[in-house]
Every structure is written in structure tokens, then in C-alpha cells.
Ligand binder design. Structure first.
Ligand code: PEP
Ligand code: MN
Length: 369
């Protein structure tokens, strides 16, 4: 059954927040100097309300920088005193919550590797119950809306009603232009399932590359998201984590002044109208179809190279028959017309043959791939 979740609007969190909410700061708190330098630069521009920095870093592989730990929380105190910004960090276990609360952290977020684990989420929800600080829940690494809603529900059930979701994209196994695949349709669905829930976009982890951050940020604002969480570092190339995706404070400020913020009022929680929502989902799915076609073509090229080296003919009838048969069968199970799948496959196949023929002729076009 759908949970009845009624989140308090951002503007009523009692923290002087505005919508859209801007959160910015380095991926990791690395030193007192780096933390203060970033916070001061962000505070001067005036739009950022919350300073973010990871104190404990969940690294995919062991051996990397795992965060400054408790001493970093002391640097936060200076940020609060000297800039007036609120401070936020990631918590992944009850001990982190305890230390964050002891050091007056204003809000916490749950990372993508933690929100996927209901046991940990339950432990965090109990540790945060009664703490009266807002909790931001990042989407799990996998594109599983139920798991994301489940995590939000667990916090809600422990009495936390200042909650927001952070959309940071999903891990793509296939190579893609972005670090994480946005799958905007999932964020849109989340918003329609829990209309009162503020959804903030983290364009840094979606983009993975600093130059792509503004484009993702704009897209999220166009989808009426309620704010941004952006990674900003005074010297990105020297950052101890996520070096490629962090913006300098100057680049961040110029991005913010170039973005079009649509008027999302604190009282109107309509994401977009129905037709618009569906169109946004279609746009996102089309983008994924095109990326998959490109990935398919790269594999076709590998086969082409192999065939060239081993003198194998391009067209192999048995393989083509099997492709047709299995794809039509799959399409039928999903309610798609046989002729539709057939013509689509013919088109895809024709292009593959063309590409392999080019490779065989040895005059592969260099069109940027
Ligand atoms: C982060 O915000 O630096 C972070 C680790 O994010 P995520 O959990 O989205 O990977
Ligand atoms: Mn990061």
C-alpha cells in the first residue's frame, strides 16, 4: 500500500530555507583551510544556504581517501560561525549520527550506497528519531524506486517529517557520456508518488565531469526540482575524491547566474502537468534508447574488426534469423506488434552491416568515436 507521507515544505523547516534550495561544497572535507575557503567563497555570492562536505567517505574500492572523520566536524563549527551557512554531511551509521548531532550539524544526507540497505536505514532512522534535523535521502545506486521510497518511509515512520530526496542518478554498467544515468522518469515518478516530498538534484554525481554539470542542473530545474546539491572545490584537480566533477567557486557562481530558475512556489507542489510529466519520461527513455544503440554499435564494430582479422563474412544468415526470432518473441511478450519489431530490427541490422562493411574495406570513418 502507498505510504501516506506528508512532508513539511522546505520553507517551513524553520531554517530560513528557500525554494529552490541550493546546497554546495566539496565532495570531502579535506582540511580546515579547504573547508573554510570554499564556504567563504560560496557565502559571498549569497544564494547558497547549506554548505555540504563529506566527513566519512564511502569509497567503492578500499584504499582511497576515507574522509577526515571527527576532526572535520570541528571545521564545520567555524563555517557556521564565520559564514552563517548551515552545514550538512553524509551519515552512514549510528555513530556518524551521534557525532554529527554532538557537533551541531544542521542536516544530514544518506548516501546512495546506504539508502539501498534497509537494515542500515532502520538503524539511522532510530538514531535520528527525535533529533529534529532534516534528512536528505539520496537514491540508491540501483534504479529501484521502491527501495528509494522504502528508505524515505523508514525515516518518516520514525517521526522525521523534514525530509527531502536527492536525485543523483544511477550506476550505468555500459559506458555513457555521464557518470550516472539520470533516469529522470524515476525522479518524476517519486514526485507523483509522494507529492509533498522536495526532490533536489545532485548534478555533480550525475555528470561526473565538471563541464557537464550546468546542463544537468538546468534539466533538473526544467523538471521543477526543488533545489540543487553541487560539489564545489577551490582546486578541483587536487581534490582527494571526485576530482573530475567538482566546480571551482567561480565556475559555480557563473553556472548559477546562467541557470533559468522557474518559479517553484513553496505551496505549489505540482511537479508539472500530466502531459508534461509523460513527455519528460519519454524524453528520458529516448535518450537511453539512443545510448543503448550507440553501445550496440560499438560491439558491432568489435565484431567487424574480428571478422576483418579472421576473414569471416559479414552477413551470417543463421545469426540473423535467431536475432529476428528472439526479439520478436520478446516484443510480443511485452505487447509490441510483430511488424513494428521486425522493421525496427531491419533498420538496426542494416546500419550494422553498413558499419561492418566500412570496417572490412578498411576505411572506417572517424566520426569522433
Ligand atoms: C557524495 O555526495 O559525495 C557521495 C558520496 O554521493 P553518493 O552517495 O551520491 O555517491
Ligand atoms: Mn562526491
Amino acid at each position: 500500500m502507498e505510504p501516506k507521507i506528508n512532508i513539511q515544505p522546505l520553507t517551513e523547516w524553520g531554517l530560513g530555507l528557500e525554494s529552490p534550495l541550493l546546497i554546495a561544497g566539496p565532495c570531502s572535507a579535506e582540511s580546515e583551510q579547504q573547508v573554510l575557503e570554499t564556504a567563504k567563497a560560496l557565502a559571498i555570492a549569497g544564494q547558497v544556504k547549506v554548505f555540504r562536505a563529506g566527513i566519512w567517505k564511502p569509497r567503492t574500492r578500499p584504499g582511497g581517501f576515507e574522509g577526515a572523520g571527527e576532526k572535520g566536524l570541528k571545521w564545520f563549527k567555524r563555517v557556521k560561525d564565520e559564514t552563517g551557512l548551515l552545514v550538512a554531511t553524509e551519515v552512514a551509521m549510528p555513530k556518524h549520527v551521534e557525532l554529527a548531532l554532538e557537533h551541531d550539524v544542521d542536516m544530514v544526507w544518506v548516501g546512495a550506497r546506504t539508502s539501498a540497505n534497509p537494515f542500515l536505514v532502520d538503524q539511522l532512522a532510530s538514531a535520528l528519531a527525535g533529533a529534529h534535523i532534516p534528512v536528505l535521502v539520496k537514491n540508491p545506486v540501483t534504479p529501484d524506486l521502491e527501495l528509494w521510497i522504502g528508505a524515505i518511509e523508514r525515516f518518516w515512520r520514525s517521526g522525521i517529517n523534514r525530509l527531502a530526496a536527492i536525485h543523483r542518478g544511477f550506476y550505468p554498467y555500459e559506458r555513457s557520456r555521464l557518470r550516472n544515468i539520470p533516469k529522470w522518469e524515476i525522479a518524476i515518478d517519486l514526485k507523483s508518488r509522494i507529492p509533498s516530498l522536495p526532490v533536489i538534484c545532485d548534478p555533480s554525481h550525475i555528470a561526473g565531469t565538471a563541464s557537464l554539470v550546468p546542463e544537468i542542473a538546468q534539466r533538473s530545474l526544467d523538471l521543477s526540482m526543488d533545489g540543487l546539491m553541487v560539489e564545489v572545490h577551490p582546486n578541483p584537480s587536487a581534490a582527494l575524491s571526485d576530482a573530475r566533477q567538482q566546480l571551482t567557486p567561480a565556475a559555480f557562481n557563473s553556472m548559477i547566474s546562467g541557470l533559468t530558475f522557474h518559479s517553484v512556489t513553496s505551496t505549489s507542489y505540482e511537479f508539472t502537468d500530466f502531459l508534461e510529466q509523460i513527455r519528460n519520461k519519454i524524453d528520458s527513455i529516448d535518450q537511453q534508447i539512443i545510448e543503448l544503440l550507440a553501445n550496440r554499435m560499438r560491439l558491432v564494430e568489435q565484431i567487424g574488426e574480428y571478422k576483418r582479422t579472421n576473414n569471416v563474412t559479414i552477413f551470417q544468415l543463421r545469426r540473423w534469423e535467431k536475432i529476428l526470432e528472439s526479439r520478436i518473441e520478446c516484443g510480443k511478450k511485452l505487447g509490441l506488434d510483430e511488424e513494428y519489431i521486425k522493421s525496427l530490427l531491419h533498420l538496426v541490422h542494416k546500419e550494422s552491416i553498413k558499419k561492418q562493411a566500412e570496417i572490412l574495406r578498411g576505411n572506417r570513418q572517424t566520426n569522433g568515436e
